[in-house]
Ligand binder design. Structure first.
Ligand SMILES: C[S@@+](CC[C@H](N)C(=O)[O-])C[C@H]1O[C@@H](n2cnc3c(N)ncnc32)[C@H](O)[C@@H]1O
Length: 258
């Protein structure tokens, strides 16, 4: 990126964008964050490339973004700027003071992420979210409860991201390095479920992870991408000297049975 394209931005933004070396479209959210003069946003810097990678497809579309954890309100506004005018931004918090951050297109609902009845009312009112960002209590029991309820209700192409998963290594957040409740250990079961159809004796199905297209692991952060039931196709294409064929000369399909 040329420095001249960053004219008008503060020194900290210009230096960060230039040093990190990300292109203009990739840096939109990062620039917005660094130049924020609005309500306070509380994010680790290293999350931004993951946000942009997984959320970008939902910009400027009619969509529902749900952030669990509103706190000082700045992140909801940042997401509204990022996702654009057609997005419905919904924030959830246990703290009633967060209601003051409601504005046109930004809804705040008060309740606990561990309360399934409350989560049900959100889905009834707004429909299944297209993007979830869990930045709430960070307690492993809550994180897993919320994930198991919402993820199963989400549609193809939706994205479910959980941040601040370092809590999973701490007992006070219901985790520990070896604990099955440490979300990184829990999410590994999702990797095995996503691939269970390859086993000669497939392990038992856990419907929570049905239709998972991909799971990405980062420092303190995991992101699930939802797909639809799949038929996998393996092609052999190219020139075969022995068979004298060009183009496709072998196709193998494998249907993912639940
Ligand atoms: C880390 S802050 C959110 C920061 C905000 N998303 C941001 O980026 O600026 C976590 C918030 O989660 C809220 N919270 C804690 N436990 C919760 C629960 N069980 N359900 C919903 N929200 C909860 C807290 O009140 C707090 O405001």
């Amino acid at each position: 990126m040329k420095e001249s394209m960053l004219a008008g931005y503060s020194d900290v933004v210009r230096l960060s964008v230039l040093q990190i070396g990300i292109g203009s479209s990739m840096a939109d959210l990062w620039r917005d964050f660094l130049s924020n003069q609005d309500e306070v946003i509380d994010k680790w810097r290293h999350y931004f490339p993951a946000y942009e990678r997984h959320f970008e497809q939902w910009r400027d579309r009619s969509m529902m973004f749900l952030e669990i954890g509103v706190a000082k309100g700045g992140s909801l506004r940042m997401w509204q700027r990022y996702f654009g005018p057609y997005a419905s931004i919904v924030g959830v918090d246990i703290d009633e003071n967060c209601l003051k951050f409601e504005s046109p297109g930004v809804h705040v609902k008060i309740g606990s992420q561990a309360d399934l009845e409350f989560l049900g009312t959100l889905v009834d009112e707004f429909g299944p979210p297209d993007v979830v960002l869990d930045d709430g209590s960070h307690h492993m029991d809550d994180v897993i409860t919320t994930f198991e309820f919402l993820y199963q209700r989400m549609r193809s192409n939706s994205v479910y991201m959980i941040e601040d998963l370092h809590g999973g290594f701490l007992e006070e957040y219901g985790g520990g390095p070896q604990s099955a409740r440490n979300f990184f250990n829990y999410a590994h079961a999702g990797v095995m479920q996503m691939n269970r159809h390859w086993g000669r004796e497939p392990e038992e199905r856990n419907p929570v992870f049905d239709d998972t297209r991909g799971i990405s692991f980062y420092d303190s952060l995991v992101c699930f991408e939802k797909g639809s039931p799949r038929t996998l196709v393996a092609d052999q294409v190219g020139r075969s000297k022995t068979k004298g064929i060009r183009g496709r000369h072998a196709t193998h399909t494998h249907t993912v049975v639940r």
